[in-house]
Design a binder for this molecule. Structure first.
Ligand SMILES: C[S@@+](CC[C@H](N)C(=O)[O-])C[C@H]1O[C@@H](n2cnc3c(N)ncnc32)[C@H](O)[C@@H]1O
Length: 393
């Protein structure tokens, strides 16, 4: 269950009280938004101001946190043995770098609340931000005091602090790749060798490009990108195609979308600040160290039953719905035991009359970028342009 915040819950725990009421909050958010988008030179300022940190907490915490559950939902279609995968994740130490107001620490606690939680390390370079993070965790998960640790640890310090506890680690980098910088982030990865790594960024073309260079480095360190890529990104793969993302040859960029369903107050705030959070584009990359995981990844069921990742909704007419999909193009070239896969973008057309079940039709109409679709190719519309008619399975 994703945490759906009421602003009143958050107001009581902010480190700054907006004496000037809603209008002060709105002004602070506008400045914050300006610095995040057009005035990147001033990006670091907000973390040294209690007022800006509180503004961030009021708006970006509730609207960012929902992406965690969405990532988990995406992952459910990627791995075969979901139950085991979730147990693996929940038994890891969770390391939330650039935690902000504890956004993804709260998301993790919320998502895995039924399981016994190992240690969580919420890291931030701003003392004031950490104070806000601690207030948020104490308020929403008071029982978690013993195992959530807050600190400014650099990579080596953190590694010493965690020690050799024998547990695997899940390293999570949420909305701070550009602020922290990939070289600092790789210091943590090199020190900790986390089993799982998640990068989460806004869904922009700049972030996509940054993540593409991160992907190359991760591959060289032995990580497999299990989501969203449907082709293979294994380090020991000799195929020169393996690292080529088909989106790199297009004007677009691969991202995911979530429909923002927030409390009325957050919806109102987003209108007042003029930041549209109804459909949130973001990019989530999920890596696993150790190629054993490969056997657990769903790429295709068989040569007929294919799996596609929705890249974008193209359009709907009276009779059909069209999507661009990223698919694995392994079946013709490799056996399932081979590690050579590549991927390609195809355009697919689904005839509405072929979708007999009303619920299925509703689901297809609601499909957003990043989701997975299982299908069979019915006929080729244009081989050269890679346009196919498919049936939805
Ligand atoms: C945009 S916020 C993201 C917060 C949270 N992860 C989220 O997604 O809502 C970026 C955070 O990274 C922190 N940060 C920036 N540079 C850092 C560094 N070198 N080490 C640790 N944290 C850093 C900032 O203080 C800020 O809290």
């Amino acid at each position: 269950m994703s945490m759906n915040f009421k602003l009143s819950d958050l107001y009581s725990i902010l480190i700054h009280h907006f004496e000037g009421g809603e209008s002060e909050l709105i002004k602070s958010l506008q400045k914050l938004h300006e610095n995040f988008t057009n005035n990147r030179g001033k990006i670091g300022e907000y973390r040294e101001s209690a007022q800006m940190i509180s503004a961030y907490t009021s708006f970006y915490l509730p609207t960012n946190i929902i992406k965690f559950e969405r990532i988990m939902y995406f992952l459910h279609h990627v791995v075969k043995d979901v139950a085991k995968f979730e147990i693996d994740l929940s038994s890891c130490d969770f390391i939330d770098l650039g935690t902000g107001p504890a956004t993804y620490t709260l998301a993790y606690l919320d998502y895995f609340s039924k399981n016994k939680t190992p240690s969580i390390y919420a890291i931030d370079c701003s003392k004031m931000m950490l104070k806000q993070a601690q207030k948020c965790v104490d308020h929403f998960f008071p029982q978690s005091k013993e195992y959530v640790h807050f600190g400014e640890w650099r990579a080596k310090e953190l590694s010493k602090n965690i020690g050799d506890n024998g547990r695997a680690k899940w390293f999570f980098v949420g909305h701070c790749l550009d602020e922290i910088g990939s070289s600092t982030i790789f210091q943590y990865i090199d020190e900790l060798s986390p089993k799982f790594v998640t990068f989460l960024t806004p869904g922009t073309s700049n972030s996509f490009n940054e993540l593409s260079s991160v992907k190359e480095k991760m591959r060289n360190k032995g990580y497999t990108l299990i989501y969203p890529c449907i082709g293979n990104n294994k380090s020991h793969n000799n195929s020169s195609n393996s690292s080529i993302c088909p989106m790199l040859n297009t004007k677009g960029w691969c991202h995911q979308v979530i429909k923002g369903e927030f409390s009325e107050e957050i919806g109102r705030l987003s209108q007042l600040v003029n930041i549209d959070r109804r459909y949130l584009p973001f990019i989530a990359h999920f890596y696993v160290l150790n190629s054993e995981c490969e056997c657990n990844i769903v790429r295709d069921y068989d040569s007929e039953k294919k799996v596609g990742r929705v890249i974008r909704f193209v359009g709907e007419s009276k009779g059909d719905i069209q999507f661009d999909l990223c698919i694995s193009s392994s079946s013709s070239s490799s056996s399932s035991s081979s590690s050579s896969f590549s991927s390609e973008i195809i355009r697919v057309q689904l005839l509405k009359r072929d979708i007999k079940n009303k619920e299925d039709l509703k689901r297809v109409k609601r499909l957003l970028a990043g989701e997975t679709i299982v299908f069979r190719i019915k006929s080729i519309i244009d081989e050269a342009k890679k346009i196919y008619r498919i049936s939805y399975l």
